[in-house]
Design a protein around this ligand. Structure first.
Ligand code: DX5
Ligand code: ZN
Length: 223
């Protein structure tokens, strides 16, 4: 399957946000990953609706909005209005996950569920048929540029089996520490979407970095 690449604008220069989105528009990227943090669910604060709306005005690719906030169910229609196409909430932040997933879908967005590195994929068993995306955090959420957690490979493997067993259409997205050294193995293990912040935006040629990630599977060596 064609792997989707979602550059995370968290690692970009926000003073040049329009140039960044134009760069993503002309690249091989598939989605634009937008990390919303509230300083409560995670120890960092990023941006909210005005920035998302500004990104949306120039974006030619879907906004993949990753909410690292408490009580995300309060803001579903606001994120829809701001331009989110895919809205991902954290399992750990939702007391009524099933209800929240359906509220996202009813407002016309694709519904994603993210889980932290310590959270077992088995907790997704009862909603896996209802969701469009599982975002496996491969770092502890809050910051870009962190080291990839190796246990993610085992989680992808088990999640893939769960998805197949339930005939779910959920895509597997990997978020955190994705780089040129692990991309091919992530894809061969079962990842459908790779999020990349630091790998794209610390590169001297971000368009080339996106292309290299996009074509990682061509270099897959099964081991
Ligand atoms: C972390 C965010 C990630 C982050 C990834 O909490 O959810 O999307 O931007 O950044 P890198 O690719 O630099 O680890
Ligand atoms: Zn993210």
């Amino acid at each position: 399957m064609n792997t989707l690449i979602a550059p995370s604008i968290l690692s970009s220069d926000f003073g040049k946000i329009y140039e960044t989105i134009e760069m993503i528009n002309k690249s091989e990227a598939d989605w634009i990953h937008c990390d919303v943090m509230d300083g409560r669910f995670v120890p960092n604060i990023t941006f909210g609706f005005p920035i998302l709306s500004a990104v949306k005005r120039v974006a030619k690719k879907p906004l993949d909005v990753h909410l690292m906030i408490v009580e995300p169910e309060k803001y579903i229609s606001d994120f829809k209005k701001a331009g989110a196409e895919i809205l991902t909430v954290h399992l750990e932040a939702c007391s009524h996950l099933h209800r929240t997933v359906y509220a996202i879908k009813e407002s016309g967005m694709s519904a994603g569920v993210a889980i932290n590195p310590h959270t077992s994929i088995e907790l997704l068993n009862e909603v896996i048929r209802d969701i469009d995306l599982v975002c496996l955090m491969s770092v502890n959420p809050g910051f870009g540029g962190q080291k990839f957690i190796e246990n993610t490979f085992s989680k992808i493997d088990r999640l893939k089996n769960m998805i197949l067993n339930h005939h779910s259409k959920a895509k597997i997205e990997i978020d955190g520490g994705v780089d040129f050294s692990n991309a091919a193995k992530l894809i061969s293990t079962g990842a459908d979407v790779l999020v990349a912040g630091n790998t794209v935006f610390s590169h001297k040629d971000p368009v080339a970095a996106i292309a290299q990630l996009k074509n990682s599977s061509a270099h897959t060596i099964t081991n």
